[in-house]
Write a new protein. Sequence first.
Lengths: 201, 322
Amino acid sequence: MSVMEKFKRAFFTENPVTVMLLGLCPTLAVTSSAENGIGMGLATTFVLVMSNLVISIFKNVIPARVRIPSFIVVIATFVTIVDMGLQATLYDLHKTLGLFIPLIVVNCLILGRAEAFASKNTIGQSLLDGVANGLGFTFALFILGGIREILGSGAFLGMPIIPGDWRTILLFVLAPGAFITLGFMLVGMNKISERLEGTKS
Amino acid sequence: MDASKQLLVMDSSPQGRVTESTSKIMNTVSLTLIPALAVSVWVFGWDAVRVLALTSVFCVGFEWLLSKWVSYKIDYMDGSALLTGILLAMNLPSSSPWWLILIGSLVAIGLGKQVFGGLGQNIFNPVLVSRTFLIISFPVELSLWPKPFAYDGSTGATPLGVLKTEGVGALSGTSIGDLAMGQMGGSVGEISALTLLLGAAYLIYKQYIAWEVPALFIGTVFVFTGIFYLIDPTTYADPVFHMFTGGLFIGALYMATDMVTSPLTKKGRIVFGIGCGFFTAVIRLFGSYPEGVSFAIVLMNGFVPLLDKYLPDKKFGMVKNG
């Protein structure tokens, strides 16, 4: 599979969020703004790439019976690194994302790629897989966070884009807004991938 | 052969002719709302008419727009969109700005109904989806209720709002008779319990709505708030006050009985009515919102498929333990 094809798959036809519906907990919880979406997405991408790398290196050493705990230990290590790194460099973002950074450990996307891909493929392929899926995840979170920020706060990436005396729809910043927006996003993405594949149902 | 030109139609029984149709039912329900709307116009003036006109036009308009867009057929003139519009107006304050009504109508028709596949497919009552959406999104606009007979635009809290913020002592001046007639602040259509009862009585007589849901809904609120009133009358308002304030009557009579989103079976309707009443009372007494009718109904709407499945009606001709 070529690099381009791989990315197209991770972004559209097999996007972790909008098609496989993996990692919905951080997807719904932290995407109240586009910035949070990017932050969460990139933190997850880092963990995903590094865990894919390490697991593909040690895939022949890890006994099959204890592979899941082993994967989790590897993932948890990188999550701790991200957690501490963000706390040291981007403290505000770290405060906003809060508990959801440690919770990257239980993001099924990461364990899913480790189990389904990295433990069976070469180092290069696993790295590419991690980058593509991580960026696909980030992309979905960015769109979701962007829509919610525009509707709910009247801003995009922190910049106000509507006149000051207009009211914003508070619901989109809150939890129900996340579900509603994600629902419409799934519809939109399904339409786009139908177009891309040229199959119209 | 063209079906309309067939002279002899062979069909299986039953062959009785029914004069009921969706649009007939919808229009009848709309007509029974006229007395309650008349009281609203009397209490709130022309603003009530403005809200009603805008919701009706916007709701039918969005239904028409969506009928151009979706792949299935929408009959936008069958009266259901108009009824949604009328009921939405009755659930909003008469001071609602036009953009609030526009968003509310879009949510009711789009998110409340057509997202699920149109009339008959929706899980939640479209009007209440819209109302809860607006309460959460625009808390300021939906806590400014025009005062009754104050046609100058001055606003105040509803009786339930006063109860929530200032306690039961601040309510000493309100008379139950005024509340039952509708002389209080509130949404356009929720204020007059008696005229709503009048309209709904006709619908019950026509068997368009089942009596179990409103009776048990209102009864449960009455009993539940009554227990707390008996325990401590200085903290909790009396049950008659709870019965006639807020949206209990419009909720119980017109919202909870919506054909699409209420249970099909008698046992299901009993559980549904009690559940609505219970959650309403709990939110009113202990929640952070003064009024809980719309939240309670939307919550119980979610249980309806479950109730339909696990509380079926007894079928004729079935053998026990067969």
